[in-house]
Ligand binder design. Structure first.
Ligand SMILES: C[S@@+](CC[C@H](N)C(=O)[O-])C[C@H]1O[C@@H](n2cnc3c(N)ncnc32)[C@H](O)[C@@H]1O
Length: 225
């Protein structure tokens, strides 16, 4: 492993806004912040938005800057990526930001029923040929439903047409209300509305920039679960 990556791992382990306690359902140990994020971590009663597969946490940090009266938690398995968002949040004293490093598969060990109010999925891995591993597949939606109240909004942003179509099929199959959709968020102001348009355009992730520079269209689907 490269020197820079090792340095980031060492630093992220010390960041007060990164939870690295690896929890697995079979451990039987209750994560102390589960059910207590608002009172014990954020020290407020504001709603919580999760960014899953957050990478460098552009949505977590970007939304936290725009919405100081909400709390934001990014989750990813890759610590060297989380480092960037966590470092920016500390530098800007964004007290409404946290990161959790673990697999999203174990999300219910970190959050109690009803504790999460919104979910962002920016550029999740498309997992060609492995639909059950996709973050919009039913096994994941079931997990989200165990930590978020009915009607919670999920935002999917992706360059991958197959994943976009798959998400829309899931919406159809499981009758999730579809709130907005766009094949090309950079052109679709009238269809998605100016508020969504500005959030989707102004906050760009690392992968988004890569995909855009290679000419991919950016798709968006918003539905409630
Ligand atoms: C294509 S990258 C996108 C990262 C970031 N959202 C962006 O747009 O730049 C997908 C991210 O999801 C994370 N990821 C994929 N499956 C995961 C899982 N089951 N649990 C935790 N992280 C996962 C990967 O580590 C990776 O950082």
């Amino acid at each position: 492993m490269g020197h820079r990556k090792l340095k980031k791992f060492a630093e992220v382990a010390e960041f007060p806004n990164v939870i690295q306690t690896h929890m697995f359902p079979e451990d039987g140990i209750v994560f102390p912040l589960k059910g207590n994020w608002k009172t014990d971590y954020f020290k407020n009663n504001n709603p919580i938005t999760l960014e899953l597969g957050c990478g460098r946490g552009e949505y977590t940090v970007g939304l936290a800057r725009r919405f100081p009266n909400r709390n934001f938690i990014g989750m990813d398995i890759k610590g060297a990526r989380l480092w960037k968002g966590a470092k920016a949040a500390l530098a800007e004293n964004l007290t409404n930001v946290a990161f959790v490093r673990n697999r999203i598969d174990f999300i219910e060990t970190y959050f109690a029923p009803g504790e999460v109010n919104e979910i962002w999925l920016p550029f999740p891995d498309p997992y060609p040929g492995k639909p059950k591993k996709r973050l919009v597949a039913e096994p994941f939606i079931k997990r989200y439903r165990n930590i978020a109240p009915a009607g919670t909004i999920v935002h999917l942003k992706t360059d991958n047409h197959e994943l976009y179509e798959f998400a829309l099929e899931q919406v159809n199959e499981f009758s999730y209300p579809l709130l907005a959709q766009s094949e090309n968020v950079y052109l679709d102001v009238p269809d998605i509305g100016t508020e969504r348009f500005s959030l989707l355009r102004e906050i760009q992730t690392y992968y988004e920039k890569l995909f855009q520079s290679s000419g991919s269209k950016i798709h968006y689907a918003e539905f409630s679960i």
